[in-house]
Design a protein around this ligand. Structure first.
Ligand code: SF4
Length: 485
């Protein structure tokens, strides 16, 4: 059987697309490659958001060129946002690449590989719009207990720092019945958590004329038997409506966590970013969220050093960060992304200025996160045990998982107590708070074995084990790059 290796860069969209790429390749007769061995097909699922994304791609391709010399017949495919942006440029700069495909035609990958092999020439196929909603493609899920479910792709906004609208197109919504059918199938397969995915989840419904569709979808998730945890990422503050807060608060399996990008606390900068809300509007959303769900953890994305950002603008961001009391924040230094309007703005800031502000923002958010986490001390939490999140678990003998509000919890299994599997639920008491995680080493301890734990064990072929597989991306937490930049 020929083997494949899919390497993913970027946000949750790409992580989920890579699940589809693996599903497609396995359906076409490829098998996952073993560690430390060259694959017959290497797929790079690229991201155009990160600084120097181009340099990194061509650096990786240079490395793959020497792998290919060692492994005749190996094929290299490049997909994702950077491929959509660079198109034929990829094979001009790296003529050893066999296939280039875009964000709208991931389903074509096996056929493009066949054609390139048959013709002995590179195949470049980039479409301008979706042919098939990607969720209809075969998918190889990374996790037995949690899954991504796309409700929409693309974005109708025009934030000036963002490349998404030009690479992923305008928003296309999936029909609610299709979304629910996928959720039910996931649950039937053992999942107890889903994360609804879209660039702007709360404009969901614009495509079929129902402005309240997202709240209705959350409520419908509440009716899926066996589904214990529902999350979503990311909502846009400008489109956030009260019915969504009510749906979150009134649907028991919708978790008390909200990841909502703020980007800047300065109204002047928000205007320059073409983000159509202002900082007071943002704060006016999270107040009722907290009133309706006092346990809600609110997280965000922030960009420091947008062109023209002054000391006063930055001070506004610090002020809003203090007021918002985020549980955590993904902070990014602004970097020019070719193809975005902001890349051509004057007043790009010197790197040193951006760096200094970034460190100050990080220090403030670290303090706020720590304060927020200390409020968790003594709480008894149901933790969905995960795999691959506790980097020190081997040394500390703790296991790890996520609380309902998505906080990372490391916990100790008392001597002689039942050991949960990934996908099981452990009830533990928080005994220590760090800025980025909680620790539960107390005596309160119970385990509920779940269908998800059974599904995880069935995948491993081992019914009850402490071994933890490292390196899987976390489903439910914001990835390193935001879904909505
Ligand atoms: S930042 Fe988010 S809302 Fe703005 S254009 Fe990009 S994807 Fe759309």
């Amino acid at each position: 059987m020929p083997t494949y290796d899919v390497r993913t860069h970027g946000c949750q969209m790409n992580v989920h697309d890579s699940e589809r790429l693996r599903g497609l390749l396995e359906e076409a007769g490829y098998a996952p490659v073993a560690q430390g061995v060259d694959a017959d097909v290497v797929v790079l699922n690229t991201c155009a958001v990160r600084e120097n994304a181009d340099n990194k791609l061509y650096g990786n391709l240079g490395q793959l060129a020497s792998d290919k010399r060692r492994h005749p017949g190996m094929q290299i495919a490049v997909g994702g946002c950077l491929a959509q942006k660079d198109r034929g440029e990829v094979v001009r700069r790296a003529p050893w690449v066999d296939v280039v495909f875009g964000t709208h035609n991931i389903g074509s990958l096996p056929a493009l590989l066949d054609r390139a092999r048959h013709n002995g020439a590179a195949e470049v196929e980039i479409l301008e719009s979706l042919e098939v909603f990607p969720s209809t493609l075969p998918t190889k899920r990374e996790s037995a207990y949690a899954g991504w479910v796309s409700i929409s792709v693309g974005c109708n906004n025009t934030c000036t720092f963002c490349i998404v609208p030009s690479l992923r197109g305008t928003e296309e919504d999936r029909r609610p019945a299709d979304v629910l059918a996928e959720i039910e199938a996931l649950v039937a397969d053992g999942a107890l958590e889903v994360t609804l995915l879209g660039q702007n989840v709360n404009t969901y419904g614009v495509g079929f004329g129902d402005r309240l569709a997202f709240g209705k979808l959350l409520r419908a998730c509440g009716g899926v038997e066996g589904l214990e945890r529902v999350r979503f990422t990311s909502p846009h503050p400008a489109a956030f409506t009260d019915d969504v807060i009510e749906a979150m608060a009134q649907t028991p399996n919708v978790m008390p966590s909200l990841h909502m990008p703020l980007q800047s606390g300065s109204d002047r900068v928000l205007r320059a970013m073409r983000r159509s809300y202002r900082s007071d509007r943002y704060l006016a959303i999270i107040d009722p969220v907290r009133a309706a769900m006092p346990d809600a953890a609110i997280t965000t994305d922030l960009i420091v050093g947008f062109p023209g950002e002054t000391d006063e603008d930055f001070a506004d961001t610090l002020r809003v960060v203090e007021a918002a009391r985020f549980a955590s924040a993904y902070t990014f230094q602004y970097s020019r992304r070719p193809g975005t309007p902001a890349a051509d703005l004057p007043e790009q800031l010197p790197k040193a200025v951006v760096q200094e502000r970034y460190l100050r923002l990080q220090a403030l958010q670290e303090k706020v996160s720590w304060d927020q986490n200390r409020l968790q001390l003594g709480r008894v939490l149901d933790v969905l045990v995960s795999e691959g999140e506790g980097r020190k678990d081997g040394a500390t003998d703790r296991l790890s998982g996520r609380a309902p509000d998505n906080r990372l919890v490391h916990f100790t299994v008392p001597a002689a107590a039942a050991v949960p599997r990934p996908g099981d639920v452990a009830t533990v008491e928080v005994t220590y708070a760090a800025p980025h995680h909680l620790v539960a080493d107390g005596t309160v301890y119970a385990v509920r074995r779940t269908r998800s734990g059974d599904a995880w064990a069935a995948r491993q072929g081992a019914p009850n084990t402490r071994s933890v597989v490292l390196g899987l991306p976390r489903v439910g937490a914001p990835a390193a790059a935001p879904a909505c930049g």
